[in-house]
Design a binder for this molecule. Structure first.
Ligand code: UTP
Length: 226
């Protein structure tokens, strides 16, 4: 079984803690020991936001702030790769060709960060899932799944067990219009998930056992339907 996991930067890298990173790495090792081929795309989290904000005040444009964001995701990914030791590649791959090549040739876990400006790490994860024909794409975030509204801002927001891709695209388009709001997916990632009907589940990654549950096929978080 092939699985691509987007590990939200907020879960592990907002405040750096090696013991916590190690704990997550051990869960990943267990998953791989069960025979799963795993690609982990690591997000930027609070640190990326901080860097981007400072870059903006230094007059960086969108392209340049994205480059800064990508570098932070790569730093996070390198820490995660280190926590996996011999089980992962270090240095991390930084382009799709390299990733596809590693996927064919070896059994190690592939850990990476962002790839290019104009997208998020969720889009990177979706793109890789499409490229390797992954059985599953897991988006590990810091809430239980997809809600009817931003659960951090709207107490009425309800968790959805399932959501149709078109409904999700509509929801995210509205949110995208307002800067700095709830952004679980960017539209690039949704377009890729839709066109290749990638089995995608959004879970709360603050509990690493949720990731195991989804891989085992147990009900958890929100499933995207087509
Ligand atoms: P993330 O996708 O990690 O955003 O990329 P995030 O909102 O911080 O996600 P999580 O929830 O913590 O994981 C951080 C920034 O890096 C740039 C973007 O500017 C993004 O906002 N980036 C990332 C790219 O430009 N391209 C990529 O391929 C990845």
């Amino acid at each position: 079984m092939k699985c691509v996991l987007k590990m939200g930067g907020h879960i592990l890298f907002s405040e750096l803690n090696s013991a916590k990173i190690k704990r997550y790495a051990e869960v990943m090792e267990k998953i791989v020991n069960e025979g799963v081929k795993l690609v982990i795309v690591v997000g930027g989290g609070e640190k990326a936001r901080e860097y981007i904000e400072v870059a903006r005040t230094l007059n960086a444009d969108n392209f340049r702030t994205d480059i800064i964001g990508i570098e932070v995701t790569k730093l996070n990914a390198m820490l995660f790769s280190l926590a996996l030791g011999e089980k992962a590649y270090f240095p991390i791959p930084t382009n799709l060709d390299e990733i596809l090549h590693l996927m064919q040739s070896n059994k190690k876990i592939i850990v990476l960060g962002g790839l290019m400006p104009g997208q998020s790490t969720v889009a990177v994860a979706a793109l890789i899932a499409e490229a390797i024909n992954s059985d599953l794409l897991i988006i590990a975030t810091d809430v239980e799944g997809v809600y009817t509204a931003d659960p951090k801002k709207d107490p009425q927001a309800k968790l959805l067990e399932e959501i149709h891709i078109d409904q999700l695209i509509e929801m995210m388009s509205k949110m995208e219009a307002k800067a700095g709001t709830y952004k679980l997916f960017d539209l690039t990632s949704l377009k890729i998930i839709k066109r290749s009907k990638i089995r995608t589940v959004v879970v709360n990654g603050r509990k690493p056992e949720n990731i195991v549950k989804v891989i085992k096929g147990e009900k958890c978080g929100t499933l995207i339907t087509f």
